[in-house]
Design a protein around this ligand. Structure first.
Ligand code: ZN
Ligand code: ZN
Length: 268
């Protein structure tokens, strides 16, 4: 019934993922999904050698494997999820220069050497509200730098943070979130609705419905949907549920990208 799209997929060309591009392409074909976009991790932290520039040396091989995957599923797209490009502008700009991507999404995955999805990130802060405030301050810096197509999992801090700070809601961080949302809209940066939160403590979309509605109310119209899958069992997970919510919210179209140009697709 819905024209499902998944714009957050990690293959084994991401340092922390296991599924192959062929597995993803076959599942896309079998599921009847409309579009699937690889979004491989690109990270530049020298203190995290597992991820540092992982895709850089594999880029040519990845591109060939992607082209083969396209033979199985022609609506496969080639993208990356770059971590904190605003902190590594030189390396990031060099990484994308002369290379072709359909879609570039950006994230805040590390703050002062800690990941906002790990328990030890939260135990550092008292009051816990500060852990969230700091995360949103970093997202604001990310959006201020821009130079990418969509902002991934805007409220990632709450995916695991719900265990520590269940009282989080939009109203509590309205000034911070509104500044981010308005800046995204003015810079034509899309908002990813990430379904991985359904698999973690948050048990909800990341960001949640209230924040999606705020983005729409400010005039935002570039919604992107992604499962953030790293293993084949999670691929396309939660998409139906997301589209059902979009339908209830009166959202008619979702955005997809080709050669980094946005295009709208009717949700059904
Ligand atoms: Zn991410
Ligand atoms: Zn991801």
């Amino acid at each position: 019934m819905y024209n499902l799209t998944d714009y957050h997929i990690h293959s084994n060309y991401s340092w922390d993922a296991g599924q192959t591009i062929n597995q993803i392409a076959r599942k896309a074909k079998e599921t009847g999904i409309k579009q699937a976009c690889l979004t491989e991790h690109v990270d530049f932290h020298r203190n995290h050698p597992q991820s540092f520039m992982y895709l850089d040396t594999l880029y040519e091989e990845w591109t060939k494997t992607f082209e083969n995957g396209k033979k199985i599923f022609p609506n496969l797209r080639k993208g990356i999820e770059v971590g904190e490009p605003y902190l590594h502008t030189g390396l990031y700009e060099k990484f994308i220069k002369g290379r072709k991507f359909d879609f570039i999404m950006a994230s805040v995955h590390w703050i002062d050497g800690y990941s906002p999805v790990s328990d030890n990130y939260f135990t550092k802060y008292a009051p816990l509200k500060d852990a969230y405030k700091l995360y949103f301050d970093e997202v604001f810096k990310l959006v201020t730098y821009g130079n990418f197509d969509a902002c991934a999992h805007l409220t990632l801090v709450h995916r695991n943070g719900k265990k520590f700070f269940p009282e989080f809601n939009y109203a509590m961080f309205k000034p911070e979130l509104d500044d981010i949302l308005k800046l995204m809209i003015s810079k034509k940066i899309g908002m990813e609705i990430n379904t991985s939160g359904l698999r973690f403590a948050a048990a909800d979309f990341v960001p949640d419905r209230e924040i999606i509605q705020a983005y729409l109310n400010f005039g935002g119209d570039r919604l992107v949907v992604g499962s953030d899958c790293h293993v084949i069992k999670d691929t396309f997970f939660g998409l139906e549920k997301a589209y059902k919510m979009f339908n209830e919210m009166g959202i008619k179209e979702i955005t997809v990208y080709e050669d980094r140009q946005p295009r709208k697709v009717a949700i059904k």
